[in-house]
Every structure is written in C-alpha cells, then in structure tokens.
Design a protein around this ligand. Structure first.
Ligand code: IMP
Ligand code: MG
Length: 180
C-alpha cells in the first residue's frame, strides 16, 4: 500500500483483465484469420494493455505507437487533441487495429481515426480496454471492448492520475472527495 493507493477501490482485478485479454485475443485472431495485423498503440495509456493483448493474438503482427494528449483538467477533456509523436511506419494497405486504454467522450479517438483514414489503410478497427460511454460526444465505431465501466475516474493498468499509477496491475477507482 502506498499513499496514492490506500483509498483505492479495485474495480477490475488483474485476473479479470488477464481472462478478458485472452478472450479478445482469440476473437481478433479469428476475425483476421489469414491476414497480417498492424497494431497501433496510443501512448501513453495503452502500453500495458497492448503488451498483454498482442501476446494473445496468434497472427503475424507488427506494432507501432503514436502519442496523443488532450488539454483539459483531470475530469473534463477540452476536446482539443494534440499529436505528441507520430507513427514510425506507413499504414497504407495494412489492416490496422488501434489499441486504446479508455474511450470516454470519444473525441480523442474521433480525431485519431479521421487522421489515420487519410493514410489509406486497408481496414481500420478499434480495441479499447475500457468503454466509459456515459459522456460520449463523438460517435466512434468500437469493434472490441474489454469492459464497460461507469462514469468514474479510474487508474492503473496504463491509466494515470497526473502520470502516477500507470504501473498498477489492476484498475482502481479513486473515491472523489464529495463521495466519502
Ligand atoms: P476522450 O477523448 O474523452 O474519449 O478521452 C480519452 C482520454 O482521456 C484517454 O485516452 C485517457 O487518457 C483520458 N481518460 C478518460 N477517462 C479517464 C479515466 O477515468 N482515467 C484516466 N484517464 C482517463
Ligand atoms: Mg490516453
């Protein structure tokens, strides 16, 4: 227990995440049978999930990353998305799977998909570990969802609170001051 985890409630355990990664990996393997898959991870949040997910995909897989950030406070995104680092590889003609940690308003994914579409991939699919759809503001297509979660601020397994707690092996909820 640390200062930043002492009031944390576990929402999704490491065991639940591991089981779901296996299911998602099996589904993706089936859906792209006979194809090569180009997996794109959205930094920083997706690095843990991507690492576990790709090891459950039994296909020829290549991997690249890009970095995005959105301005705004912790709980309120501004909808203004910035690309901090671009892909290293072209995606033209490839079957692309974008891997995210969480989709909340959908504004970040909407921006990303519009950007990637212009590079003419053969196909584009989206896999998110968490789907927080209560405050959805952009209609983004999501092909694979790990878990549907309520409108809470969650951390761990890649997700941060001001860059802390990404290393936790589970997903936790930080109780808000007005709730405790
Ligand atoms: P969206 O643009 O509102 O869909 O938000 C996407 C980004 O906001 C995610 O990639 C996360 O970086 C961040 N985010 C949204 N909800 C949470 C949360 O509950 N915990 C940590 N980060 C979050
Ligand atoms: Mg993120």
């Amino acid at each position: 227990m640390t200062k930043r985890t002492e009031h944390l409630e576990v929402l999704i355990s490491a065991e639940q995440i591991e089981a779901r990664c296996k299911e998602l990996g099996a589904q993706i393997t089936e859906d792209f049978a006979g194809e090569e898959l180009h997996v794109i991870g959205v930094l920083n949040g997706a690095f843990v999930f991507l690492a576990d997910l790709v090891r459950q995909i039994k296909l020829d897989v290549s991997i690249d990353f890009l970095g995005l950030s959105s301005y705004g406070s912790r709980k309120e995104t501004s909808g203004v998305v910035r690309m901090d680092s671009d892909l290293s590889l072209p995606i033209e003609g490839r079957h692309v799977l974008v891997v995210e940690d969480i989709i909340d308003t959908g504004l970040t994914m909407n921006y990303l998909l519009e950007n990637l579409e212009t590079r003419r991939p053969a196909s584009m699919s989206v896999c998110t570990l968490l789907n927080k759809s209560a405050d959805r503001r952009a209609d983004v297509p999501i092909d694979y969802v790990g878990f549907e979660i309520p409108d809470e601020f969650v951390i761990g397994y890649g997700l941060d609170d001001a860059e802390f707690s990404r290393h936790l092996p589970y997903i936790g909820v930080v109780p808000q001051p007005d709730e405790s």
